[in-house]
Ligand binder design. Structure first.
Ligand code: SAH
Length: 261
């Protein structure tokens, strides 16, 4: 594969790169190009080891995540760090799980770069709510089932279930709801949906570590989702899918986690 058709990664520039949900095969060519040519790679907790393994041999890797018992970097600290690296003429790859602009604070970092006068490029990635569902055999849309799909975050900046959500409107307008960061408040989210008229027996899938060798999918119902997720010991990162498309997994499941091909 030649890279001559790809833009040059110039010193002093930041590329905000989506790493996809985990399987390194889901990287874009631009993302692989950025990893190979970056001087500094500032990566989040959700970036998989398989993706990081594609970094060039001379790249400095900086962890900016919030998991694994390591101290967490604050958002202003991360923005200041990437701005400083760029001003020192580094090629900075800011690597985020999934897509940088989907529940990833990529917009905030890009705004900080713009304010600081640092040139940047956005490299979209496959968001977990699309790629993760594909590896679970669940199409986010299906002609007979839904004409709309809604992405929802299970908690806001304070860590609570977002209080700005109009649950009745959400429920009425969204036959399929894909919930990011939904494990912690899963019981409350399901209760709220049932409270505005969604059926207790409505199908739900809880997908842990989507696209990775330890992917684990539990299919359940709104009524039983919290208990079933707990019973199977599902750990974050987790996606929750609510709606009729979940049933298609029975026919479309294809990914065998841990299998080589
Ligand atoms: N920018 C990311 C989302 C970051 S928010 C994207 O576009 O995918 C973090 C949430 O993403 C997690 O709490 C989880 O809900 C979801 N997520 C990311 N990777 C995942 C994976 N491999 N499996 C399941 N959920 C994942």
């Amino acid at each position: 594969m030649t890279n001559t058709d790809l833009p040059e990664f110039l010193p002093g520039h930041v590329w905000l790169v989506g790493a996809g949900p985990g399987d390194a095969g889901l990287l874009t060519r631009l993302a692989a190009h950025a990893l190979a040519h970056a001087d500094d790679i500032v990566y989040d907790a959700l970036v998989s080891d398989a993706v990081l393994a594609l970094a060039g041999p001379k790249a400095n890797l900086h962890y900016a995540g919030k998991r694994g018992g390591k101290p967490s970097a604050s958002q202003p600290d991360i923005s200041a760090q990437i701005i400083k690296l760029a001003k020192d003429r580094s090629r900075v790859c800011r690597l985020k799980g999934g897509d940088p602009f989907v529940f990833g604070r990529g917009g905030e970092e890009a705004l900080a770069l713009r304010t600081a006068g640092v040139p940047f490029r956005i490299v979209p990635g496959i968001t977990a709510g699309i790629g993760g569902l594909a590896y679970a055999g669940i199409p986010p849309t299906h002609r007979d089932a839904n004409a709309a799909v809604t992405f929802l975050t299970g908690h806001d900046a304070s860590g609570q279930t977002p209080h700005t959500i109009d649950w009745a409107a959400l429920s009425g307008g969204a036959p399929v709801i894909v919930i990011y960061m939904g494990l912690k408040h899963l019981g409350e989210i399901c209760a709220r949906l049932m409270g505005v008229g969604r059926g207790a027996d409505e199908p739900v899938a809880v997908i842990s570590n989507a696209t990775l060798p330890n992917q684990n999918v539990v299919t359940t119902t709104l009524e039983n989702a919290e208990a079933d997720a707990g019973r199977h010991g599902l750990k974050p990162p987790v996606l929750v899918v609510v709606g009729p498309v979940v049933d298609l997994r029975q026919s479309l499941s294809w990914f065998e986690p841990g299998a080589k091909s």
